[in-house]
Design a protein around this ligand. Structure first.
Ligand SMILES: *[C@@H]1O[C@H](CO)[C@@H](O)[C@H](O)[C@H]1NC(C)=O
Length: 286
């Protein structure tokens, strides 16, 4: 996804009339997002957005707003059939050359009938190496499912259909950088990555299947919206600002982590011969 960071076209002034928090509850893509690359299309009066990929180009869209902290939700239906080699990304990011902050979902396509990999990552202040990968417990191409990114001052949580699959806590007091001080935008792209995406790049994209299509609907952002240097935010009133995992949600996270997680950088001792990153010692104490 680092390959695609379209420079924003300038400051988008999005006036919020109702309250301090942007709740785009009607999910209208005309109001909330711009297709900024390739053959993306907004349809059904703004209720549906599709990205497509063919040999000539991938495609992408981004939110008009930028956010300091918040909860972003979207329903996605991924490329069906033989999607090997394709990658669908869905992430919030601020790209500065030195200090990349980014919270990522990436969906790595596969041959028909074989499982997608859901790849997650957290970058803060340019520090990378925080991947966790999962299989899903459903076919993500058969129907729409909700994927959410929560990032508030205490934690980042990745949700799939309201099940927290991963939590990354704010451990700044231990010197672990945490992305909360820079405005971030939502981005999503569909592109060809058959040099690495499927089974490590062995399985190539089958271009006779094109165009590949991924669909989106019901985008919601409950967030501190950044505007001209200040943010519209009185977050102490808002549930997402304080959101944490209660007992039930921790149980569901455990279920996913034990049954569907296929890679965890915190278990990859070969990769970190000098010792695992600081936060790894705490990831089991949550
Ligand atoms: C694709 O399917 C193969 C075989 O089942 C599996 O090993 C792999 O993890 C799957 N996902 C990707 C993205 O390669």
């Amino acid at each position: 996804m680092a390959a695609f960071h379209s420079p924003s076209t300038g400051i988008v002034l999005f006036l919020l009339v109702s309250s301090s928090v942007a709740t785009l509850s009607d999910g209208n893509f005309y109001q909330s997002c711009d297709v900024v690359w390739g053959h993306g299309m907004i349809q059904e009066g703004g209720q549906l957005l599709t990205l497509s990929l063919d040999k000539t180009s991938g495609s992408g869209f981004q939110s008009k707003d930028e956010y300091l902290v918040g909860k972003i939700e979207m329903q996605l239906k991924l490329v069906p059939g033989n999607s090997a080699g394709t990658v669908t990304t869905y992430y919030v990011s601020l790209y500065l050359i030195l200090f990349l902050d980014e919270i990522d979902f990436e969906f790595l396509g596969n041959l028909s009938g074989q499982a997608y990999i859901l790849h997650t990552n957290v970058f803060s202040q340019g520090k990378v190496n925080r991947e966790q990968q999962f299989y899903l417990w459903f076919d993500p191409t058969a129907d729409f499912h909700t994927y959410s990114i929560l990032w508030n001052p205490q934690r980042i949580v990745f949700y799939v259909d309201d099940i927290p699959i991963r939590e990354f806590k704010n451990l700044e007091f231990l010197g672990v950088p945490f992305p909360k001080n820079q405005k971030m935008r939502l981005y999503s792209t569909l592109w060809n990555a058959d040099d690495w995406a499927t089974t490590g790049g062995i399985v190539k994209t089958d271009w006779s299947q094109t165009p590949f299509k991924a669909s989106y609907r019901k985008f919601e952002a409950d967030a501190c919206v950044w505007s001209s240097g200040s943010s519209y935010c009185s977050p102490h009133k808002d549930a997402w600002f304080w959101e944490e995992l209660n007992f039930g949600k921790k149980g569901r996270r455990k279920w996913v982590q034990e049954n569907y997680k296929i890679y965890d950088y915190c278990k990859d001792t070969k990769r970190f011969p000098q010792g695992l990153p600081t936060e790894c010692a705490f990831s089991n104490l949550l």
